[in-house]
Design a protein around this ligand. Structure first.
Ligand SMILES: NC(=O)c1ccc[n+]([C@@H]2O[C@H](COP(=O)([O-])OP(=O)(O)OC[C@H]3O[C@@H](n4cnc5c(N)ncnc54)[C@H](O)[C@@H]3O)[C@@H](O)[C@H]2O)c1
Length: 282
């Protein structure tokens, strides 16, 4: 890839995929605006990026806090953004179901939309979803509610739904429903983003070897069985996701929008194949 002169916003920047994306972006010559929860970790990452010769601003942001999102949006508007890589997310082992929906879906998309006006024409927003969004069964009331996570009375409607719909109250399912809703958001909003000359896409990683990935794999009884379904016979690395993120924000990807890209080493393909064989009695 050629050296770049634009500025990228990377959220969840000190996490596994966020730091891999930040370091690759610095290597490619992008200026950076990095954001995450922890100021010390951000400072350390900033120092490495600056050492690599790029301009690097940071901003501590908690997506559960509207004022903090506004501060980031203001900073982004001042600087101007040529692409955004949104990696923020809590996994099922990290939080209860409601916090997962608050952070992975509502907070994440509030931030995505808050920085949208700061994005220059041609810019792309890359949202990290999950292959679990491809695995969760359809549930009409849950899918309908999560389709509109930025509506004014979303939290009240979520509480009302949860009173009669127990599957949303399971952190693993809430995570999968939130990630599916993120994939669907990207599809439904591509036209509106396109009318501003901007793109929006999601990436659905499979089993990726980051701290979050390791936390989840340790908690799974069937992890070895899951792992055996990866066609490429290895876990993904944070860099596998970072490489695609940097491609998607680049000019080379200028006709890609409104879709989800699975980066799962062939897991979903093998799982579907196995389920079809089982259903056929094979
Ligand atoms: N690792 C995997 O196997 C895997 C698989 C599929 C999808 N994902 C998704 O990919 C994304 C990145 O995963 P990762 O493995 O790099 O995880 P990670 O935990 O290393 O990074 C997530 C980042 O989000 C930040 N964050 C959490 N809550 C926040 C909040 N309220 N406000 C602001 N920032 C907050 C964390 O500080 C962290 O740096 C996540 O959305 C995750 O759900 C991961």
């Amino acid at each position: 890839m050629a050296k770049n002169s634009g500025r990228l916003l990377i959220t969840g920047a000190t996490g596994g995929m966020g730091s891999a994306s930040s370091l690759l972006a610095a290597e490619l010559g992008y200026s950076l605006l990095l954001t995450d929860l922890n100021a010390d970790k951000l400072r350390d990452l900033q120092a490495i990026c600056v050492e690599r010769g790029v301009a690097c601003d940071t901003c501590v942001t908690d997506v559960r806090d509207a004022a903090s999102i506004n501060d980031l949006a203001k900073r982004a508007r001042t600087l101007g953004i040529d692409g955004a890589i949104h990696t923020i997310g809590l996994s099922p082992q990290m939080a209860d179901w409601r916090t997962i929906i608050e952070v992975d879906l509502v907070g994440n998309l509030t931030l995505v939309e808050a920085v949208r006006p700061a994005m220059n024409p041609g810019a792309c927003s890359v949202c990290i979803a999950s292959m679990s969004g491809h695995m969760v069964p359809a549930n009409e009331p849950i899918d309908a509610l999560l389709a509109d996570p930025l509506s004014d009375n979303f939290r009240e409607r979520l509480t009302a739904l949860a009173a009669g719909e127990s599957s949303i109250k399971h952190s693993g399912l809430a995570y999968a429903y939130a990630k599916k809703a993120l994939q669907n958001y990207v599809t439904r909003h591509a036209y509106s983003w396109g009318s501003e000359g901007k793109r929006i896409v999601s990436i659905s990683p499979g089993l990726i070897d980051t701290e979050q990935g390791q936390l989840e794999s340790k908690a799974m009884d069937n992890f070895e069985e899951m792992r055996s379904l990866v066609a490429l016979q290895r876990l993904g690395a944070a860099e596998d996701i970072a490489n695609l993120c940097l491609y998607l924000v680049s000019e080379q990807a200028s006709y890609i929008t409104g879709c989800d890209i699975l980066v799962d080493g062939g897991f979903i393909a093998c799982m579907n194949e196995q389920q079809e064989a089982t259903a056929a009695g094979g």
